[in-house]
Design a protein around this ligand. Structure first.
Ligand code: SF4
Length: 374
């Protein structure tokens, strides 16, 4: 096995076994894990406690039954899965769960948490141009900090938090470089591998993830890039999984050369800036710098233009919209984006992502036809 294959295999294992990643971390450090509900939370605060931040992104192919008691059938697919798992006690080992509530579904879910872990709920202000919004979010983060300290019995010092900010900024920078490398080497970093590198960062300490991804990048870049004779796409949406779906991309030689997925590049888009202000203020300020995301209000609707720019810059043939089933914020963005793609003559395809589904024949047919049309 080559070094590249070995690193990818390690990351794929972690991505596929979050429970094991958490148990290993507990055994190694004596500390537990804190759940991070999608889409954004100040993970640096959790990192500064020494606990492991663990992303909560549902599950694939699980049939929904218990969740129907608490959520309407038209709640988004990912939160149906999260509710089902809660009812089964899947998150009860988490020391705490942090919730931001930017959409109606998350608001409902935060009030109906069925697990035994304590829950911390906070709000990202949506009028993001105001200094008052920064101040409001600082207050929210102070409350998270106080509750985390109480729940975990750990004091979060400014020094620890500054260190965590540096660790996260470095990880985001390395992942942005990884996105470019994956685009240059689609034969080496295929759609499944690319996703695993992103997903593993949800279940690992970021400094460990950074070290592995740096090693991966160095190994991949040590060989010359080969011309790609397939198609290239930019993908957008909440998430694009499972591997069975990404295997179809590989089968039809569709390389993902950039993404705007909430689970992937939206997590690494914006850094926490240096400055004279305290760490909580700078963490809050990064929310105002976020752009191109359906849950971060943008009255100018810049997401479509951002995707068009990504398509032009990467030389992509098309944009694939991975529409999370029944996700209102994503559905609201789509008509505006679609009109802009059409006006610019950019080809696009919308596919539905439903975490309850375990058969992908329909998506396969649509992707195959789309590639032939391109
Ligand atoms: S943003 Fe969309 S996918 Fe995420 S919880 Fe809200 S409705 Fe569901």
């Amino acid at each position: 096995m080559s070094k590249v294959e070995a690193i990818l295999s390690q990351l794929k294992d972690i991505a596929a076994n979050p429970k094991k990643a958490m148990d290993d971390y507990k055994a190694e450090t004596g500390k537990g894990a804190v759940g991070i509900m999608p889409i954004y939370a100040p993970e640096e605060l959790v990192h500064a406690t020494g606990y492991l931040p663990m992303g909560i992104w549902g599950a694939q192919g699980k049939s929904i039954s218990k969740a129907r008691t608490y959520l309407p059938a038209f709640a988004c697919s990912i939160m149906q899965q999260v509710m089902e798992l809660q009812c089964e006690g899947a998150y009860d080992d988490l020391a705490t769960v942090i919730f931001s509530v930017p959409c109606d579904t998350l608001k409902c879910l935060s009030q109906k948490w069925k697990g035994t872990s304590p829950v911390i709920v906070f709000t990202h202000p949506q009028n993001r141009g105001l200094e008052a919004a920064n101040q409001f979010l600082v207050t929210e983060y102070e409350l998270i900090k106080t509750q985390l300290e109480a729940n975990l019995g750990v004091k979060i010092t400014n020094g620890a938090l500054e260190n965590s900010i540096v660790v996260y900024n470095e990880n985001r920078a390395v992942m942005r470089e990884f996105v470019q490398v994956a685009a240059e080497y689609p034969q080496v970093i295929d759609a499944v591998s690319r996703h695993a590198v992103f997903k593993a960062r949800q279940f690992m300490l970021k400094e460990k993830h950074t070290a592995l991804v740096k090693e991966l990048i160095a190994e991949v870049k040590a060989t010359p890039a080969q011309p790609w004779d397939g198609k290239k796409v930019v993908v957008t949406g909440i998430l694009l999984e499972p591997n069975e779906l990404l295997d179809i991309f590989n089968e039809f030689k569709i390389a993902i050369v950039d993404d705007d997925l909430a689970q992937e590049s939206r997590q690494i888009r914006v850094d926490v800036l240096d400055g004279q202000e305290g760490p909580l203020y700078r963490l809050a300020k990064s929310w105002q710098q976020m752009y191109g995301c359906s849950v971060a209000t943008d009255t100018k609707k810049g997401r479509g233009k951002m995707l068009i720019n990504k398509t032009i810059q990467t030389g992509a043939d098309a944009i694939i919209v991975a529409m999370m089933k029944f996700c209102d914020p994503e559905e609201w963005d789509y008509p505006v984006m679609y009109r802009e793609f059409e006006e610019k003559g950019i080809k696009s395809l919308m596919i539905e992502v439903d975490q309850e589904v375990s058969s992908f024949e329909q998506v396969k047919t649509r992707l195959q036809s789309f590639v032939e049309m391109l």
